[in-house]
Write a protein of this length. Structure first.
Length: 258
């Protein structure tokens, strides 16, 4: 089982890299999209295989609990890119989004310490729902930031030009906000029914979640204000993801925030 799990993780990383570099190497748009779709679909299939192994392995699954190899991030982000593939009209936009799949796949390798642990899903179902929804939300925000960064540098080249509330950027922000809202709901239910005994605590993790929710609620409202320039939305989209990246994956591990 241990060897097979490691093989699956390396296969996921290899497929993600192939999909990412195909966005740069292949010049023809139709072939580029087809190749990227093939590799990203393979990443999704491998991630689903990982999920099956996780469910069957239970508490003896050979993986530590530290983000579980960024499984949900990688799976959700790959699906988001596939759904928006036809609307990503430039190679840099597809490359930036695919590069995040590579980054999460590579970062997930650090969790492969092969330590049999009791998984969260075997302890608290609400906690599992909370984590999955949170990771899906962050995947949406990551896609938003990647494409927004390209659009910020090269305006009008990243995605198909649509209305301010129907393009892939707004859709990613909206779905991320929806997932994060439900994440907060199930997180409150989790804390209320677990050892904390309340739906809210004045802790850093709780406060940060509230800040993120308010931040993206305001970001969505910007698209409905005609006088606000698109560059403000794009810049704030990038900053919002960097803010989460710092807290969830840097500050969290440096100071072990609970």
């Amino acid at each position: 089982m241990k060897t097979f799990v490691i093989t699956v993780l390396w296969l996921r990383l290899a497929l993600a890299c192939a999909g990412c570099f195909s966005a740069i190497i292949i010049r023809r748009e139709d072939r580029r999209r087809a190749t990227a779709a093939t590799f990203l679909s393979a990443v999704v299939a491998v991630s689903l295989l990982f999920l099956v192994l996780f469910i069957r392995g239970g508490s003896s699954f050979p993986f530590n609990q530290s983000y579980d190899g960024f499984f949900v991030y990688t799976l959700a982000l790959s699906v988001i890119i596939l759904l928006n593939l036809k609307k990503l009209v430039s190679r840099p936009a597809l490359f930036m989004a695919s590069a995040l799949v590579v980054a999460y796949s590579a970062a997930g390798m650090h969790g492969a310490k092969l330590e049999p642990v009791v998984k969260m899903s075997n302890q608290i179902p609400l906690a599992t729902i909370f984590v999955v929804l949170r990771d899906m939300a962050v995947a949406c925000f990551a896609f938003l930031a990647a494409v927004a960064a390209v659009e910020l540098v090269r305006p009008g080249t990243a995605v198909e030009q649509e209305t301010r509330t129907s393009d892939p950027l707004y859709s990613a922000a909206l779905w991320g906000f929806v997932f994060f809202s439900f994440c907060q709901l199930f997180g409150s239910m989790w804390t209320a029914t677990s050892g904390w005994g309340d739906i809210w605590l004045w802790k850093q993790s709780f406060l940060f979640s509230a800040i993120v929710w308010i931040y993206y609620a305001g970001l969505l409202h910007l698209r409905h204000i005609p006088k606000w320039p698109d560059k403000a939305f794009l810049a704030l989209s990038v900053f919002g993801y960097l803010m989460q990246l710092f807290y969830l994956h840097i500050y969290y591990f440096l100071f072990h925030i609970k």
